[in-house]
Every structure is written in structure tokens, then in C-alpha cells.
Design a protein around this ligand. Structure first.
Ligand SMILES: NC(=O)c1ccc[n+]([C@@H]2O[C@H](COP(=O)([O-])OP(=O)(O)OC[C@H]3O[C@@H](n4cnc5c(N)ncnc54)[C@H](O)[C@@H]3O)[C@@H](O)[C@H]2O)c1
Length: 422
């Protein structure tokens, strides 16, 4: 009898153990939680926390508000939040004027916006957190360490960094599998491209959620498979900046002569665009690439001289052009014969082939999609290369290399083979 009772107790005990514990020792409830976390879907994302209310932060917040999401907008001081909210309202006003959103949608979107300077409050209900604080690794790391501590365990933590390594930012957290790059373009409410960047430890699930989420707010997401400087868009464009910096150093053609040759094909010619964006921003980009990718990117003394003189472009009223009376008028009759549009296309295509060779992206169509949606051109580099012909572009690269013998200007093997299908 006693033996039967003991046997029954053991059986009951074993069944209890089977009910509540798994081989890993966690309860089924905990396991379910983990599975749910693993299988998180874009549909599960209801609340966004936007960290930083500056140019990008408020723009990204506006995108999610228009998509019907609840958004907590956080900055370090109320005045920055107020400026961000004013920016959001200004965008919504423009959309309303153009009939793109109704008065009801306007009110509904604004009602979904919560603001706070308290980080804990901003993230406590967040399913997806996006950081857009200034471009500084140490600052981003300290923000991510706090986000990791304060955000719900299931929340994905995304950075809008333009260049900084996602894997380095993720090191500041205990959830590197949930840290991604989420690179919007300026102005975020208008530009379609979002680069979804995989850090070394980012899980496929996190990438999928971020990708689907971007689609839900009508963006064009492109997955960047390898955490690499400049990701896709900025990387492909950077050699053009090196060329401009070298042309300044050579002293010819002048910025206006160069721009005059390009102006008929683009809304803003390259030097004009540099002035518009800010010569300081361009130099900062070149210095970063020189540090992490190749010394070839080092800004020339000639471009540094503009920086030293405080002539940063539109924002200071003077750069390569005088902006004090508004946008410069470029005289296309002054066009140089030294360079043409195909030189610029060749630089882009060549750099894009490096992304394929390095495994940053494995589909040329995705690179084209990114390039066509991150800037002004309707076509990506590979589509252009197909119509121009690779031998023509290789010849253009050789011409550039003959003038400025830098490794980054040399045509790649993929470029020379010229058989990329798009
Ligand atoms: N401006 C662009 O064209 C552009 C385009 C793509 C990506 N980015 C990237 O987006 C990020 C933000 O750029 P931006 O142009 O919006 O900068 P910004 O200077 O306009 O805004 C940054 C905001 O972050 C706030 N901030 C600083 N520390 C903070 C903290 N600890 N918590 C919360 N907020 C904090 C600042 O007060 C400021 O309002 C950068 O990483 C930048 O490289 C910028």
C-alpha cells in the first residue's frame, strides 16, 4: 500500500514537473513568452518611442503618426520637443493643404503623439524604439545602454545613424539580437528609402519586423546584410565627394564649370548640393570614411579651407556659391569639357559593385531600389549602367584614375566583367 502511495506521489510529481518545467528549466509560460518574443511580428507593434526630436526624429515620428501608430517623442529639453512638435505640425499642415490628409486624419495623428523629457516614460510601453540623437558613437552607446535597461524586453531598438556601426552600438546592450539600423533619409516624411541594417548579432526576426513595419508606413525598405560604413546609399555616393574634393585641390574646373556640365541632368548640381547640405557635413563624412574605409577619402586641403573660413554653404550664406540672394544661378554655358555625367555614374556603379563583392547586399536590384528612393534620381546605378554600357563606364573610371590615382577610383573586377543583371 505504502509502495503504491509513494509510486503515485512520484507519478504526480513527475507530471507536475512535465507540466511546469522544460528541459531548460523555465516554465511553459516563460517559454511561451520567449517564443512570442522570437516570433514578434510587425502587427504586434503598436507603440513607437522616438528618441531625439531634431530634424530626423520629428520627421520619423510624423511618418509613424501618419501610419496610425502611437508615438512617444522624447528629447532632453522641452524646447527641443516643442521645436520637434512644431515641425510635425508644419508637415501635417502641408499635407492637409495639398489634400493628402483629411482634417480627421490630422487630428487623429496628433492625438496619438505623446511627448516627454523622461526617458523611462517614453519607452515604458514601446514595442519599437528609434534613436535619432546626434551622430556620436559614445552618445549613442550611452543612450542604448539606457534604452536597454528601461524598454520592455520584447522591444526592438533601432538607430537612425547615417554611418556608425550598428554592431558597436549594440555592444552597449544585453539584447544585440534586437538592435538594428533603421536609416531614414531627410526629409523623412517625403523620402521613401529606409535602410534596415543587420548588425553582427541582429536576429532575422528583428530585421523582418523592422522591414514589414517600414512597409506599413509606406516606405521602401532595403535590407543591408552586412554592417558596413555608409551602408548602401551614403557609401555609393561617397566617391563623388572625393572627386569634388580633388577637383578643388586641382583648381580646375571651377565648381561652377563642373556644375554647369551636370545641371541639365539633375535638380541640384554636385557642388550646389554640397553647399545646400553643408560643407562641414561633407567633410565630416569624408573624415569618417578615411578612418574606417580607406585613407583615399581624406578631405583635401582645398575643401578644408572652406571649413576653416567658415564658408559652409547655404547656412552661412556662402560656400562654393553666394547664397545671400537665394539659390545660385548656374550658367550652363560655362560647362567644362573635362567631366560629364557618365563620370559620376561610373563612380556610383563602381562603388555599388563593391557592395556586391563585399556581401553588404547580394541583389543588384535592391541596390538600385535603395539608390532610386534615397535621392533625386529615378534610376539606380545598375539600371543606368545597363543602358550606358559597362565598357564606357570603365573608360570613364580610367580617365578619373589618370587624373587622380586613388585606389577607390579603380574599376572593380565586377565592373570590368560588366555582366550584372537587373
Ligand atoms: N539630418 C540628416 O540629413 C540625417 C539623415 C539621415 C540620418 N541622420 C542621422 O540621424 C541622427 C540625428 O540627426 P538629426 O539631423 O536629426 O540631428 P539634430 O541635431 O537635428 O537632432 C538631434 C536631437 O537629439 C537630441 N538629443 C541629444 N541627446 C539626446 C538624448 N540623450 N536623448 C534624446 N534626445 C537627445 C538633441 O537635443 C536634438 O534635438 C544622426 O545620427 C544623423 O547622423 C541625419
Amino acid at each position: 500500500m505504502q509502495a503504491i502511495i509513494i509510486k503515485e506521489i512520484v507519478r504526480l510529481y513527475i507530471s507536475c514537473v512535465n507540466l511546469n518545467l522544460t528541459e531548460e528549466g523555465s516554465s511553459p509560460i516563460e517559454q511561451k513568452k520567449h517564443r512570442e518574443v522570437d516570433r514578434m511580428k510587425a502587427e504586434d507593434v503598436k507603440t513607437i518611442a522616438m528618441i531625439g526630436a531634431g530634424d530626423m526624429g520629428h520627421g520619423i515620428a510624423a511618418c509613424f503618426l501618419l501610419g496610425g501608430y502611437r508615438v512617444y517623442l522624447r528629447d532632453i529639453e522641452q524646447r527641443f520637443i516643442d521645436r520637434g512638435v512644431a515641425g510635425i505640425k508644419a508637415s501635417f499642415d502641408r499635407f492637409k493643404e495639398k489634400g493628402k490628409i483629411s482634417a480627421e486624419a490630422y487630428d487623429a495623428a496628433l492625438a496619438n503623439l505623446k511627448t516627454t523629457v523622461d526617458l523611462a516614460e517614453a519607452v515604458k510601453e514601446a514595442d519599437f524604439v528609434i534613436e535619432a540623437v546626434p551622430e556620436n558613437l559614445e552618445l549613442k552607446k550611452s543612450v542604448f545602454a539606457d534604452l536597454d535597461k528601461l524598454s520592455p524586453p520584447h522591444a526592438i531598438l533601432a538607430s537612425n545613424t547615417s554611418n556608425i556601426s550598428i554592431s558597436s552600438i549594440a555592444e552597449a546592450t544585453k539584447r544585440p539580437e534586437k538592435v538594428i539600423g533603421y536609416h531614414f533619409f531627410n526629409p523623412a516624411v517625403i523620402m521613401k528609402l529606409v535602410e534596415v541594417i543587420k548588425g553582427q548579432k541582429t536576429s532575422d526576426e528583428s530585421i523582418q519586423v523592422a522591414y514589414d513595419l517600414a512597409k506599413k508606413i509606406n516606405k521602401v525598405p532595403v535590407i543591408v546584410k552586412k554592417d558596413s560604413p555608409g551602408f548602401i546609399y551614403n557609401r555609393v555616393n561617397e566617391p563623388t565627394l572625393v572627386l569634388l574634393s580633388k577637383i578643388l585641390e586641382a583648381g580646375h574646373p571651377t565648381p561652377e564649370e563642373f556644375d554647369a556640365a551636370m545641371k541639365p541632368f539633375m535638380p541640384m548640381a554636385p557642388f550646389e548640393l554640397l553647399d545646400f547640405v553643408g560643407i562641414d557635413i561633407a567633410v565630416h563624412g569624408l573624415e569618417y570614411f578615411a578612418k574606417v574605409l580607406s585613407p583615399d577619402y581624406k578631405p583635401s586641403e582645398a575643401i578644408m579651407a572652406y571649413l576653416k573660413a567658415g564658408n559652409l554653404g547655404k547656412k552661412t550664406g556662402k560656400g562654393f556659391y553666394d547664397w545671400s540672394q537665394g539659390r545660385p544661378q548656374i550658367d550652363t554655358s560655362k560647362a567644362t569639357k573635362e567631366f560629364d555625367l557618365n563620370h559620376l555614374i561610373a563612380l556610383q556603379v563602381n562603388e555599388a559593385t563593391k557592395l556586391l563583392e563585399e556581401g553588404v547586399c547580394d541583389d543588384p536590384k535592391e541596390i538600385d531600389l535603395a539608390m532610386a528612393n534615397g535621392g533625386g534620381s529615378p534610376f539606380g546605378p545598375f539600371t543606368l549602367a545597363k543602358s550606358i554600357g559597362y565598357p564606357t563606364l570603365v573608360a570613364k573610371l580610367e580617365e578619373i584614375y589618370a587624373k587622380f590615382p586613388l585606389e577607390i577610383f579603380k574599376p572593380t573586377e565586377t565592373m570590368k566583367k560588366g555582366n550584372i543583371q537587373v
